[in-house]
Design a protein around this ligand. Structure first.
Ligand SMILES: Cc1cc2nc3c(=O)[nH]c(=O)nc-3n(C[C@H](O)[C@H](O)[C@H](O)COP(=O)(O)O)c2cc1C
Length: 182
């Protein structure tokens, strides 16, 4: 599947938090708002999510590519990824897992369901709170009005293993298809 967003999932508490890089993240439902993440059973983060019953999903920008990659090649079993990367931990509003200041979008999630398939934990999180950098919105009063250029999300291409940035707009979804209607 490509492209994938590159998310930094934070688990734990302000005192003891970990960051894991996750590309397998997807919205599942809008009512209630839920998302799913796939987290390997061999890492540190899966057990932390089960213990804490929440996590945050923080979307990485190109600016923090190196820090994001670091969090995907080191384990929280061995190191404190916040102090190693210099990323800034901030308290969430509702859940106990912190959010990352440098990420333009943060989603606070409460664990509502999970199961293991093969060697992967599949976690379902209900999005309890959303934080967006308002300077990355076209209209500061409208949380949905993302200025994607300013946002500059870090895109992951699996298979060939490349990080990329977003390209040009090529059309208007839910409209352009009308050109084929008779
Ligand atoms: C770009 C990128 C994407 C990744 N996506 C996932 C993923 O979707 N699921 C997963 O379990 N691990 C993924 N990983 C690997 C984990 O981030 C890695 O195993 C990490 O070291 C586990 O950290 P932890 O032991 O602190 O939980 C990814 C790594 C990178 C670099």
């Amino acid at each position: 599947m490509f492209p994938c967003p590159t998310a930094l999932v934070v688990t734990g508490t302000m005192e003891n938090a970990n960051i894991v890089t996750i590309a397998w993240v997807s919205l599942l439902t809008s009512q209630p708002p839920t998302l799913g993440i796939s987290v390997g059973t061999r890492g540190y983060s899966g057990e932390a999510i089960k213990a804490n019953k929440d996590f945050t999903v923080n979307i990485a920008s190109v600016e923090i590519m190196t820090e994001t990659d670091f969090c995907g090649i080191r384990s929280g079993k061995d190191i404190d990824k916040f102090s190693e990367t210099g990323l800034t931990k901030m308290p969430s509003k509702i859940v106990s897992s912190p959010i990352i200041k440098e990420c333009p979008l943060n989603l606070e999630c409460r664990l509502t369901d999970w199961r293991i398939i093969g060697r992967t934990n599949h976690f379902v999180g209900e999005i309890m709170e959303t934080h967006v950098d308002t300077d990355k919105l076209r209209d500061k009063a409208d949380i949905g009005s993302i200025d994607i250029r300013a946002f500059d999300p870090l895109i992951y291409i699996g298979g060939v293993r490349e990080y990329r940035c977003i390209g040009e707009k090529v059309g208007d979804p839910y409209q352009i298809g009308n050109q084929l209607k008779k």
